[in-house]
Ligand binder design. Structure first.
Ligand code: GLN
Length: 198
């Protein structure tokens, strides 16, 4: 069987780190910047960055509606931080009008942008993760949290009383950034999801 091909949305954010993490897990990986590239992948990673800017760029390059359509059709996706925000079905504190973060509705959750507040803008901590023997070291950078999960959404990790890792079918999202820790378990989980193994 040939390796699955997983795209990394390459408009802004940690594209290189995600491409490398996916390769470490045995997947073929490629950057996605336009609709034809989206058509060529079996799954997509949406990196962190700034969700308002990524939304704007998605629209500029003509990827917004094609991506919504593929997600509605069951495309496996993994979103980290801003990627989690974009994959949500509803975004609170989405930003100023005309420049707000736009939900792609890949997973039935409501997220709040920049939820952890100013004092703890960014923090790190070990988070228990469902199905893993040892905790994940979570790096949260102006991170969102989840305020509502729909039916069929599994909560995989929580921090300060809020879900920070969730999964619904083939869509996975974390409020933190595993691509910068060297821990490949979350990328491996996603590669397994794309392969239909988990
Ligand atoms: N605060 C950013 C946003 O709203 C997310 C930050 C991140 O991806 N590290 O998109």
């Amino acid at each position: 069987m040939s390796a699955v091909r997983i795209g990394v949305l390459a408009l802004q954010g940690d594209t290189r780190e995600h491409l490398a993490a996916l390769r470490d897990c045995g997947a073929e990986s490629m950057p996605v910047r336009r609709p034809a590239e989206l058509d060529a992948v079996d799954g997509l990673v949406l990196p962190g960055g700034e969700s308002t800017t990524i939304s704007h760029l998605l629209r500029e390059v003509g990827l917004l509606e094609p991506l919504r359509a593929r997600l509605a059709g069951g495309l496996p996706a993994y979103g980290a931080c801003a990627g989690m925000i974009l994959l949500a079905s509803e975004i609170l504190d989405a930003g100023t009008r005309g420049r707000e973060a736009l939900p792609l509705a890949g997973i039935d959750i409501t997220v709040r942008r920049n939820a952890f507040g100013r004092q703890v803008d960014s923090f790190e901590g070990d988070v228990a993760f469902s199905g893993f023997d040892d905790p994940v070291h979570g790096i949260f950078i102006r991170a969102p949290w989840v305020e509502r999960v729909g039916d069929g959404v599994q909560v995989l990790a929580t921090a300060v009383g809020h879900p920070v890792a969730v999964r619904q079918g083939p869509v996975l999202a974390t409020a933190f950034h595993p691509e910068i820790t060297g821990d490949r378990r979350i990328h491996r989980l996603f590669v397994d999801i794309v392969n239909g193994r988990r």
